[in-house]
Design a protein around this ligand. Structure first.
Ligand SMILES: [Mn+2]
Length: 321
């Protein structure tokens, strides 16, 4: 098929029932990486960085399956995804299940190619160790990035078992490697417990803005949203990346995840926060730590689909500079 013949629209659920058809993200066409789309949707099936529950390697498949119920019109924004930008499923990024170093090389190469093609993307991991090589690839094109990081965990933790690159370390490495700008780094959904107070040291040393569930619940969601920093020209913000660890959600809203922490956000709260963010130039986003073997009734996969929908809505706000 010639690339101009591809219709960047999902298969109609009113013509072919949503439980039918081969599963792609949002029933969109599966196209080659160099096809003529604007925003690529892809999986990064790797969970060799998990420290507790594995299973995130199966997330791309489960989220594709659950995304059959996804639709394109964002009622809250008044925008339609499929008529605003060309979205497509570009398949999975190559990974090596038994070798993290080789996986990192493959991820960095895959996303480097996407950057050369001037593509934006929303990816589905993978555990949270997969975000670091993605940031390395983006940094080569854009320089230092702004980071909006949804998570129960700081992900600035030290090495474990002498391994530097487990799934709780990507923010620390991104700061040390100067991939992200601490002045434009925001964490949302954090909560305890921690090993000890030293776990807060990296975030304090770099003065990143680390907000907790208390910051949302005590003052209220509306006040929290009103106080969010801008990621646009008004704050001289660099290109922005969003990393959404599904464990920012409470285990009742996302039971199928690698390291669940009670006392988290609801899906409605993260929807509202995502809709409130003002981002000039969102160049990429990921959803990580969905672990289908620990999911029930697709609760977590559906939360991931809904988050993908909101992230895609943020992409629609502005065309790539
Ligand atoms: Mn994380």
């Amino acid at each position: 098929m010639k690339s101009d013949d591809i219709k960047y629209e999902p298969i109609s659920g009113r013509e072919f029932p949503r439980f039918s058809a081969i599963k792609t993200f949002f029933r969109l066409p599966h196209v080659p990486v160099d096809a003529d789309y604007d925003v690529g949707l892809m999986g990064i099936p790797y969970d060799g960085g998990t420290s507790y529950r594995p299973g995130a390697r199966f997330a791309p498949t489960a989220v594709r399956q659950a995304s059959s119920v996804g639709r394109g019109y964002n009622w809250a924004r008044g925008t339609h995804l499929w008529s605003s930008l060309r979205f497509a499923d570009i398949g999975d990024c190559p990974t090596v299940p038994v070798d993290q170093k080789m996986t990192y090389e493959r991820i960095e190469k895959f996303f480097g190619q996407l950057m050369k093609l001037n593509k934006r993307f929303v990816s589905v991991g993978g555990d949270h160790s997969t975000t670091l090589p993605v940031l390395r690839a983006l940094h080569k094109k854009y320089g230092k990035l702004a980071l909006i990081h949804f998570d129960a965990h700081l992900d600035t933790y030290p090495a474990a078992w002498d391994c530097e690159y487990h799934h709780g370390t990507f923010v620390r490495h991104a700061l040390v490697e100067k991939l992200i700008d601490p002045k434009h780094t925001l964490q949302i959904g954090l909560r305890g417990p921690l090993v000890d107070e030293n776990d807060l040291k990296v975030a304090r040393d770099y003065k990143i803005r680390s907000t907790t569930v208390d910051d949302i619940r005590i003052g209220g969601l509306e006040k929290f949203i009103a106080g969010l920093p801008n990621f646009d020209e008004s704050s001289k913000c660099p290109p922005t990346y969003i990393s959404f660890d599904i464990d920012c959600l409470d285990p009742s809203c996302a039971p199928g995840t690698g390291t669940p922490v009670p006392g988290g956000l609801t899906t409605y709260e993260t929807q509202r926060i995502l809709r409130a963010l003002k981002i000039q130039n969102l160049v990429g986003a990921d959803i990580v730590e969905v672990s289908p073997p620990f999911d029930h009734a697709e609760i977590t996969a559906l939360a991931a689909v809904d988050t993908m929908f909101e992230l895609m809505g943020l992409m629609v706000q502005k065309k790539l500079r």
